[in-house]
Design a binder for this molecule. Structure first.
Ligand SMILES: Cc1cc2nc3c(=O)[nH]c(=O)nc-3n(C[C@H](O)[C@H](O)[C@H](O)COP(=O)(O)O)c2cc1C
Length: 195
């Protein structure tokens, strides 16, 4: 069984709903298990994220989807605290070559969500992870998924407090399915990774 973590922070529930959609997509692949892991504010003390159990769960995952709401054009403070806490894994390279992708939501169509995705991409690069972009061409998708046309990751626009658009949800399902497929391909290739 290939385990994929979906780690996210959410205040009003949109990022949580996107995380659940990604988990649904992961589960749609036989042999893949998605685990949603929420970053909780009460696990942050004096600015430091201290949920070692969550970090250890991510250690066990072959791939990780990273999700944060867009707050002031970047990740939330809580998500940033998680990123800083992962720096131990930066030092020991223990997340090296895990697959990574990212998702975010904002209130506006062009509310600088891409800056959040870029932050998540740079974080993945710092950790030595391999970024998976979205594979939905918006102009050619019969369902109209990836309605914002972002290829770097899943960018959603909130419908209201805690509510996501059905097309954003379906985009999340596809992103999860793709992560599952790629994690399977990657782990089953038999090709040794460079040491
Ligand atoms: C402090 C704060 C800053 C925000 N900044 C942005 C922003 O830069 N761009 C944007 O589109 N939406 C912004 N929003 C709206 C949130 O991204 C939006 O409410 C989102 O749905 C929150 O995600 P959540 O439901 O997972 O908590 C901001 C909201 C708050 C509270």
């Amino acid at each position: 069984m290939i385990k994929i973590g979906v780690v996210y922070h959410s205040v009003s529930g949109c990022s949580k709903a996107l995380a659940e959609a990604i988990v649904e997509g992961i589960h749609s692949r036989d042999g893949c298990e998605g685990v949603a892991l929420e970053i909780r504010g009460e696990k942050i003390h004096q600015g430091r994220f201290d949920d070692q159990a969550l970090l250890r769960q991510l250690d066990q995952c072959e791939a990780i989807a990273l999700g944060s709401p867009t707050f002031m054009g970047t990740v939330s403070a809580q998500f940033k605290a998680f990123m800083d806490a992962a720096s131990e894994r930066y030092g020991d390279r223990s997340w090296l070559d895990k697959l990574a992708t990212g998702f975010t939501v904002g209130s506006h169509f062009s509310g600088d969500q891409l800056a959040t995705i870029r932050t998540l991409q740079v974080f993945a690069a710092q950790m030595g992870m391999l970024w998976v972009p979205l594979d939905i061409l918006p102009s050619q998708d019969p369902q109209g998924r990836n309605r914002g046309g972002c290829q770097s990751g899943l960018v959603a626009v909130a419908e209201g407090a805690g509510e996501i658009h059905e097309l954003d949800r379906l985009t999340g399902v596809q992103l999860g399915r793709r992560m599952g497929a790629l994690a399977q391909r990657f782990s089953g290739s038999g090709v040794e990774l460079p040491g």
